[in-house]
Design a protein around this ligand. Sequence first.
Ligand SMILES: C[S@@+](CC[C@H](N)C(=O)[O-])C[C@H]1O[C@@H](n2cnc3c(N)ncnc32)[C@H](O)[C@@H]1O
Length: 222
Amino acid sequence: MRMRRKKHLTERLNSVSDYIIVADKKFTNVKEALEYKRLIDFSKVFNNDNKVCLEIGCGKGRFICETAKKFSNLNFLAVELLENIIVTASEKAKKENLSNVRFLNTGVEYLLRYIPEGSIDKIFLNFSPPYPAKSYENRRFTNDRNIASYKKMLNNCGEIYQKTDDKEFFLYSKEKLSDGGFTVLDISDCYLKNEYINVKTEYEEKFLNNNIKINALVAKKN
Ligand SMILES: C[S@@+](CC[C@H](N)C(=O)[O-])C[C@H]1O[C@@H](n2cnc3c(N)ncnc32)[C@H](O)[C@@H]1O
């Protein structure tokens, strides 16, 4: 079912346009989009050369805004497919006057069009949709194609952090990441002690309130 467009969405998007690196929408075909790159110059966007971290599927932005406040020496780019949702996240960042956060309104499969190779230090995958492996594997954030693109975007010390409530998706991701050239560590039992991922996302809070176990991993690029 299509989500209904939020009221006053255009006006709201315009009022946070300094936070959203708008992705042009003319491509429907991933192959074509990746041929015509529109690479982001991070030092221009953030006005410094600090390391850049990426969250993919940021939702309403609590994780990225709180984490950016903790690490003012890092820059954060949050990716979200839906305008209805990215507007709320961007309003949060603007309200807090965060200078080290920006948003990219596109799908995970288009990222190499915008993100230069070797430019990212950490990638956060927080409660990505666990599409069924059989029928919708091509949409999973940790399928072979997306993992290959993360490997390109990350620098040599790059890491991916994943949190999910879905055990099957977690085991699938572990396997795909190992096969895709990462050393994977299961940190489910201690992830709340990890300074990079212990900020709770909107979804995570709901799961924890319902005593649902969270699975977490860190994957280091080999
Ligand atoms: C389950 S929500 C989790 C949101 C947030 N990370 C959290 O933990 O509260 C998944 C998010 O991924 C976004 N999403 C879904 N498919 C996407 C895609 N192909 N590219 C980027 N974001 C996507 C959805 O719009 C949604 O906001």
